[in-house]
Design a binder for this molecule. Sequence first.
Ligand code: NDP
Length: 277
Amino acid sequence: MTFKSLSDSTVLSNGVKMPWLGLGVYKAKEGEEVEFAVKTAIRLGYRSIDTAAVYGNETGVGKAVRESGVPREELFITTKVWNSDQGYDSTLKAFEASLERLGMDYVDLYLIHWPVKGKYKETWKALEKLYKEGRVRAIGVSNFQTHHLDDLLQDAEINPMVNQVELHPWLTQKELREYCSRHHIVLEAWSPLMRGKVTEVPEIVRLAEKYGKTPAQIVLRWNLQIGVVTIPKSVREHRIRENADVFDFHLSEEDVAILEGLNRNHRTGPDPDNFNF
Ligand code: NDP
């Protein structure tokens, strides 16, 4: 794999291209803040934006995309169906509401946000319908463990193309990575920067000094080199720029192994096997 720029993409199982690096907008405030982040990112070359109905900022994302000056078809927009909307009819309705807020007539990737027990299979049927109708270019899941995927794949007519999960140096997700690779599911990292904490990990700081890069850049580069799509969030221009400046160096195998060795199966977010929202 070679990575030269922000428009470099991986290819999903259905042939659709998805940029390796995008902008996350969880906790970017609706209105000026999210609009600034998205417009800045697009101006700096980002082509992928990750939002969700529950982030409450789809309207701002859509506005920024329209005002960016970059044609819609050159961008890759992801959104997600929230837990309380899961189920067949309610997902179809939630999708229309997301499109309305985004002001778009399709999204590139639609995800089931969390594996809500007893609901996610019905939700998946709705995603399959949207996919077959061409309302979404790709469909996938988020926060699915291997057993959730096993269960879904049993009944799915169309397999998920992406699984977006918490993944960073303290939660390297080795087993899930292998599983997804076997099933041609692209794995995507959320909280890749451990919400900023990567700057405090001594081993990562040492690697940053060695390569003349920042801790965030070391970790994002590691994501790319292990074949994981990554979506760091920032609402600040200097960090949006910093997080994209990962295409001019290469981590050695030994240094990739150092990062892999930091795993402690530590979650900064909820456990997909034990959540109540
Ligand atoms: P990240 O790991 O991307 O970290 C974001 C935090 O780190 C922010 O506080 C940001 O602050 C700060 N930051 C950004 N860049 C740097 C840098 N270079 N150096 C130091 N600090 C930095 O966390 P997120 O939880 O936001 O995850 C990324 C994206 O993944 C989300 O925005 C969302 O799109 C998605 N996500 C999906 C989930 C799911 O369930 N599917 C769950 C959580 C996230 P500032 O903005 O002030 O720069």
